[in-house]
Design a protein around this ligand. Structure first.
Ligand SMILES: [Zn+2]
Length: 239
């Protein structure tokens, strides 16, 4: 299986010794909104970003969204100081949190957001303070894995959204994502009733916690509020 190979490769890269004892480096401590409910720690320690890190994102041509995302995951992984903490095994809400933490600590809390209002054909720009983003912690009653019939389910992981051989998010389908959700059974072997239950589980929890993903900004002409998504995956490459 090509996908598993990728995971093994990532793990092999991460074998180099790491620790929290290096006195020469500043440590960024990030509290994750999932509160340890996904089988990994509720806190992750990161070293600050360096030029060598972001080079991988700006100098290489962006062949496709998912290729960029895979590099972004590796860049984040390289900054993790905790032994055995794998960024591709995080959930997307936790991944967004470490992207914001890096942006705020290494580059700054302000970002220029651009948008268009329906009242006129003009790109507007507003400087936004990322510290103003609200964050919701995972529900107290959330547990995983959840037993549904003969299968066990857990929250989707970053690698579920980055299937091998696919180039853009538009190509990623529900079955790709379910690979990271269903435990103990191949997705292809699921009964349709099980697949349905798994998808309902994902829909129920997918956006239930984490950093706010979009903001409302006022149009400078008609004052109407326009919904603008936060470009999380560009936070460390757009200064
Ligand atoms: Zn307007």
């Amino acid at each position: 299986m090509a996908r598993m190979l990728k995971v093994e490769e990532l793990k092999a890269i991460q074998q180099k010794p790491k620790g929290l004892t290096r006195a020469d480096e500043q440590v960024i401590t990030v509290k994750l909104p999932s509160k340890g409910k996904h089988g990994y720690s509720d806190v992750v320690h990161l070293r600050p970003l360096k030029v060598k890190d972001v080079k991988a994102l700006v100098e290489d041509p962006i062949e496709g969204e998912l290729d960029y995302m895979r590099r972004l995951v590796q860049v984040m992984q390289n900054t993790v100081l905790d032994e055995g903490f794998y960024v591709h095994e995080m959930t997307i809400p936790d991944f967004r949190k470490i992207l914001v933490a890096h942006r705020v600590n290494s580059i700054g809390k302000d970002i220029d957001l651009t948008f268009r209002c329906t009242c006129r054909d003009e790109v507007q720009l507003i400087r936004f303070d990322l510290m103003k983003l609200e964050e919701k912690e995972i529900a107290e009653d959330y547990v995983e894995p959840v037993q549904v019939g003969g299968i066990q389910l857990r929250f989707p992981r970053v690698w579920g959204y980055l299937p091998e051989g696919k180039a853009s998010f538009d190509d990623v389908n529900d079955y790709d994502v379910l690979k990271s959700v269903v435990m103990g059974k191949e997705v292809d072997e699921l009964l349709l009733s099980e697949a349905k239950a798994a998808l309902e589980f994902v829909r129920k929890w997918e956006n239930s916690y984490g950093v706010q993903t979009e903001v409302e900004l006022p149009c400078r002409y008609c004052q109407k509020k326009v919904i603008v998504p936060i470009p999380f995956f560009l936070l460390i490459s757009l200064w």
